[in-house]
Design a protein around this ligand. Structure first.
Ligand code: SF4
Length: 183
């Protein structure tokens, strides 16, 4: 199966769970929501490093489609509409890549984070499933959040402090609405 990975730390628990369930997993990094570019590059490098550590084949979509991402989310820039669009963009691409790569299913590490809109991630995955014909594997990976973060710390992975887009960076550091550490 193809596992869309939003970042290295969030991939730790889902990968462990999927492997224990007998899945043969390939990672897929496609996240044009991450802003600015150097932050994107840092998270991509972290994912690559984790993939090496975990022996995970990684398919990295190098298209940093910032304009496409911004055009999509600016149609409804408020939360949670913006996040649903963001999930849809990323999971539709993952589902397409899964179909083209001959995978039988896809999933996402976004299901592991208690900071995401979990039901909207699930909805976006199910929409991408219907559009692509590739099965979306849903699982509430949040149950393994603490365990996954322990693994990420032990591996020395970079853990980001905001979700990814420029809006979320402003909400985290500018508007002062959310002082929780995010990953
Ligand atoms: S806050 Fe996170 S999920 Fe929502 S639009 Fe921004 S990057 Fe995407």
């Amino acid at each position: 199966m193809l596992l869309h990975a939003c970042c290295g730390p969030c991939a730790v628990y889902p990968l462990q769970w999927l492997r224990e369930a007998g899945c043969q997993v390939t990672g897929f990094f496609y996240n044009p929501n991450i802003h600015p570019w150097r932050e994107y590059a840092r998270r991509a490098r972290t994912m690559e490093r984790y993939a090496v550590l975990a022996g995970l084949p990684l398919d990295k979509d190098t298209g940093y489609e910032l304009e496409q991402y911004l055009a999509a989310v600016l149609t409804d820039p408020a939360v949670p509409g913006r996040c649903h669009t963001c999930y849809r963009l990323r999971l539709a691409r993952a589902a397409r890549a899964a179909r083209e790569g001959g995978f039988t299913a896809f999933s996402t590490t976004l299901l592991a984070s208690p900071f995401q809109h979990h039901q909207l991630v699930q909805k976006a995955g199910e929409e991408a499933d219907r559009e692509s014909g590739v099965a979306f594997l849903y699982r509430d990976f949040r149950v393994g959040w603490a365990e996954g973060m322990q693994g990420a710390k032990a591996a020395g992975l970079y853990r980001q402090s905001y979700c990814g887009c420029i809006f979320s960076e402003w909400e985290r550091f500018g508007a002062g609405r959310d002082d929780r550490e995010r990953s």
